[in-house]
Design a protein around this ligand. Sequence first.
Ligand SMILES: [Zn+2]
Length: 137
Amino acid sequence: MKRKDCLFCKITNKEIPSKILFENELVLAFLDISPISKGHTIVIPKNHYSNLEDIPNYELTEVYKEVKNLATKIHKNLKIDGYNILQNNFAAAGQVIKHFHIHIIPRNYDDEKFRIKIPRTQAPEDELNEVYKILKF
Ligand SMILES: [Zn+2]
């Protein structure tokens, strides 16, 4: 399952060169060419799925196993203080390339490039009740 117009499918097919850190039958990981920080890595399923809702659970599990392995390796070998795992779904959430992918973004205490500052306030009780009624199983 590949898309001819998809950048990540082209990387998977080796039509576009990349710095591949890991590869097996289902998963590919490579360095982001426009990194937020040194060692910013992208992990993808080799098959084309648009987002979290499309990827089968088995392949999602295989992708996440390698996210864990790579994040651990990046943490130790690049001697970083921590990392963010980021996965955007749909354009409204900042997804640019419509091939499911997970970012591993190395972080350090003194970096100021990628600070998440999201204002949070206590939700009103009626809003929590409304959302709870819609979403509970
Ligand atoms: Zn693709």
